[in-house]
Design a protein around this ligand. Structure first.
Ligand code: ADP
Ligand code: MG
Length: 199
């Protein structure tokens, strides 16, 4: 897969904005490569976007990357920040690519809509682009609604299209915000419906 091309196609599909845009990376099932794809996307964006990129681990699991610098504040801290104090810039990390670790308590975060709106707002002010390495669709809560777009990672070897469709029916994403599927570990054959929307 050509990651710079995937990144530019994702950026093209997002509305323009005068602050940072946020994209959620999710999937129907666990282990399909969300963290892997989110990290490749964030790295590819460094060369394409003017400004810093944040890669946010919104769920626990192995991080998809060790690139960039790590912020000293976690996603959980940002979402649950009761004082709503704005962390000093240094705490949010410096450099072209900053990783924001998940922290503890991730299980409770996807449905904290006020906290997520606050955290994303803050990240959009500080970063030109925010890549959310999200949980699976059933656990995304308000994350997709709070993002500018979502991409669905599909492991082409083990997840059938019915599973993805079923998941999207149960946990819908508004069509304008559904940017498309990213086929991970694809064999040569790509189903047509995916091919049309594949990034
Ligand atoms: N395209 C790929 N090439 C090589 N390894 C991959 C690829 N996609 C995923 N992996 C590996 O598969 C495992 C599961 O992927 P991960 O990104 O952690 O899934 P998820 O975040 O969706 O649970 C990880 O060890 C990851 O490094
Ligand atoms: Mg993961």
């Amino acid at each position: 897969m050509l990651f710079p091309r995937m990144a530019s196609r994702i950026v093209e599909r997002l509305p323009r904005a005068n602050r940072g845009r946020a994209v959620l990376v999710t999937s129907a099932r666990r282990g399909e490569g969300k963290s892997y794809i989110a990290a490749r996307l964030a790295t590819a964006l460094v060369g394409q976007i003017d400004g810093a990129i944040a890669l946010v681990e919104c769920s626990t699991g192995s991080p998809g990357s060790s690139d960039g610098t790590v912020a000293s504040i976690s996603w959980t801290d940002l979402v649950t920040n009761r004082s709503r104090a704005v962390p000093p810039p240094a705490i949010l990390g410096a450099g072209a690519l900053v990783r924001i670790p998940c922290g503890n308590g991730e299980a409770a975060t996807p449905f904290r809509s006020a906290g997520i709106a606050y955290a994303l707002n803050l990240l959009r002010e500080r970063f030109a682009f925010v890549v959310l390495d999200g949980p699976i669709l059933s656990d995304t809560g308000v994350l997709s609604a709070c993002s500018d777009g979502s991409v669905i990672v599909i492991n082409a070897r083990r997840t059938r299209r019915e599973v993805v469709r079923g998941s999207l029916r149960a946990y819908p994403i508004v069509p304008e915000k559904l940017l498309g599927g990213v086929l991970n570990e694809a064999p040569r054959y790509v189903p047509k419906w995916l091919y049309r929307r594949a990034l």
